[in-house]
Design a protein around this ligand. Sequence first.
Ligand code: URA
Length: 198
Amino acid sequence: MAYCQTAVSSDDSPLLSDLHRQIDGCTRCALSTGVTHYVPGMGTEKTDIMIIGEGPGKNEDLKGLPFVGASGKFLDVLLDSIGLSRDRVYITNVVKCRPPENRDPKEEEILACNAWLEAQILLINPKIIVTLGRFSMAKFLPGVTISKVHGQPKRRASDGRIIFPCYHPAVALYNGSMRAVLLEDFTRLATVLSQISS
Ligand code: URA
């Protein structure tokens, strides 16, 4: 049985905290049976930027917070490279529970978790959604190949939000040359952000 602990947002928004608490009790798919902590998300509701990864790993499962392991450290470097920090964005994943042995999330698990992600998007109402890796990219840009579209903003006709696809920061941990690619894509992200806030 999962042990539930709410990861509150940094600005302690009651609505966001309440949504995190609801996610904490979710039993919509089998992933919930194996977790130490649910990982709903972290950051502020008052942001234009939402960052969506794949799913919690071991460290995230232990702490109940997204991107607190090695790939999270690199995500912090990427944010810092454009003058951002975790408390100025909102970070979550397509699935809120750790897939066993860090396997890829299954389609049915992503579908089961999708209502939570949609609720988070509605609440945060971001102008830009940065997808990290192919699983979150596939939700917004189905059928595209990450090597062809990374670092290129696409405006969604349905709601006007900008989708900004990036490689998952974990790729840079086993392929050093990807560090520069991600840093360059984040520089492009900074340009897009300055355009939407002007
Ligand atoms: N990888 C992810 O996609 N999300 C996390 O929270 C941690 C690692």
